[in-house]
Design a protein around this ligand. Structure first.
Ligand SMILES: C[S@@+](CC[C@H](N)C(=O)[O-])C[C@H]1O[C@@H](n2cnc3c(N)ncnc32)[C@H](O)[C@@H]1O
Length: 219
């Protein structure tokens, strides 16, 4: 049977609707963590850095907030989505494990801090790791898949011995949209507290008009 082809205008219209839906509501279920990894791998291997949140005033504010609760120099730290370690410039801890799924950045990190442990892997997968302090900074809003997001949260709760510090968005920077459809996805963290159980939320420290540090503790 001959399939009739829709006129060009009709096809263009439906294509535009599909595109708009994707931008407005995202297609989170279609994403896979390997797509996110490709983004970061190409970002780092072409000379990119972890971002503005890892340096300058933003870095200072995050360290100030964290040090109100713990002195990391005495603690074992697990840094999830550790990036290029700019956040750690001038800082140290009792023992450090960093996880990042970009092989390029992990390779570079190993040369910067040869005595630290690094895992080149996806934070939503199983790893035999833990830390008195777990950090997950500027990472959750880069996870495009809902499934990976929930797995990462469950892992953070599981890997933390004492404290969990999450820096993420409390408001979408895209207005009514949740995502840029590329590498950023806003989800309200407070709607997933069940996944972080049994950790309790100790405090939310707003940093600017969209970002906040969430402090969790194991009871
Ligand atoms: C914006 S950078 C932040 C780096 C660091 N946490 C900081 O604050 O300086 C986000 C990092 O998360 C990593 N990342 C994103 N999703 C990940 C995942 N599912 N597993 C492991 N690393 C991930 C990226 O490769 C990137 O290095």
């Amino acid at each position: 049977m001959n399939k009739r082809k829709e006129p060009w205008v009709v096809r263009s219209f439906f294509r535009a609707v599909r595109k708009a839906k994707k931008i407005l509501f995202g297609r989170s279920e279609r994403w896979h963590w390997s797509t996110d990894r490709e983004y970061w791998e190409s970002h780092y291997s072409s000379g990119g850095a972890s971002g503005e949140g890892s340096v300058g005033d933003s870095r200072e504010a995050k360290w100030r907030f964290i040090s109100e609760y713990v002195d990391v120099r005495d603690k074992t730290v697990l840094d999830v989505g550790c990036g290029d370690l700019s956040f750690w410039e001038g800082k140290d801890c009792r023992s450090y494990t960093g996880i990042d799924f970009s092989e390029s950045v992990v390779e570079k990190d190993r040369t910067i801090r040869p005595s630290w442990r690094f895992i080149a892997g996806d934070a939503s997968a199983d790893h035999h790791v833990s830390g008195q302090v777990v950090l997950c900074l500027d990472m959750l809003f880069h996870i495009m898949s809902d499934d990976s997001y929930r797995r990462v949260l469950a892992n953070l709760a599981h890997w933390t011995e004492e404290w969990l510090f999450i820096f993420t968005w409390f408001r979408s920077p895209f207005g009514r949209r949740a995502t840029d459809g590329r590498y950023q996805y806003y989800r309200p963290l407070l709607e997933s507290l069940d996944v972080l159980a049994p950790l309790t939320l100790v405090r939310t420290r707003q940093y600017d008009s969209i970002g906040a540090l969430y402090v969790f503790k194991r009871p």
